[in-house]
Design a binder for this molecule. Structure first.
Ligand SMILES: Cc1cc2nc3c(=O)[nH]c(=O)nc-3n(C[C@H](O)[C@H](O)[C@H](O)COP(=O)(O)O)c2cc1C
Length: 149
């Protein structure tokens, strides 16, 4: 018999959540300020509706994005994103189940990568694993180095 004093740990959320991280190569002038703000504006609108949260980083021709939410919603969104002509060569670094959203409150936040050290820049845009990239982006978002959109 279970002792009444032993409490079952409660999950932080009843929702099934996954986090996904990918890199892609920007096409043409997709790195212009207008294009980035357009992508973020669309993302905020759509992700809010789909209860997806996340962050986007852009660094010398490379997009890095973290997305979190319901697995089916993530899969549907990734199909749209992969078909977007503003970038190509979308490679998913990692996708894993999580207990809570790191970017809670941000349907999409654009982080500012300009103050990153060369070592962290390389980790973000080239060498880092999905988990490492997530940490760098979360630190940028939390430090408010990024602009909240
Ligand atoms: C790097 C990159 C990241 C994007 N991220 C998102 C996103 O998080 N959410 C979203 O809805 N669209 C995102 N988009 C845009 C989608 O590819 C697509 O244009 C959009 O979902 C279409 O929405 P609409 O039919 O409302 O115009 C992204 C595009 C790029 C190039």
């Amino acid at each position: 018999m279970t002792s009444p004093t032993v409490r079952t740990p409660q999950p932080l959320t009843e929702r099934v959540l996954e986090r996904l991280v990918y890199r892609s190569d920007a096409v043409g002038a997709a790195d212009g300020p207008m294009d980035l703000s357009e992508i973020v504006a669309t993302s905020v609108r759509n992700n809010g509706r789909r209860r997806i949260t996340g962050a986007l980083a852009y660094q010398s021709g490379t997009f890095v994005q973290v997305l979190e939410g319901d697995p089916e919603a993530l899969t549907a969104l990734m199909a749209d994103i992969e078909a977007d002509a503003r970038h190509r060569n979308v490679r998913v670094l990692a996708r894993w189940p999580v207990q809570a959203q790191l970017f809670l409150g941000w349907a999409m936040v654009l982080v500012d990568t300009r103050k990153l050290s060369p070592h962290l820049s390389k980790l973000l845009s080239q060498t880092g694993s999905g988990a490492q990239v997530t940490t760098v982006i979360a630190e940028l978002a939390n430090a408010r180095l990024g602009s909240m959109v």
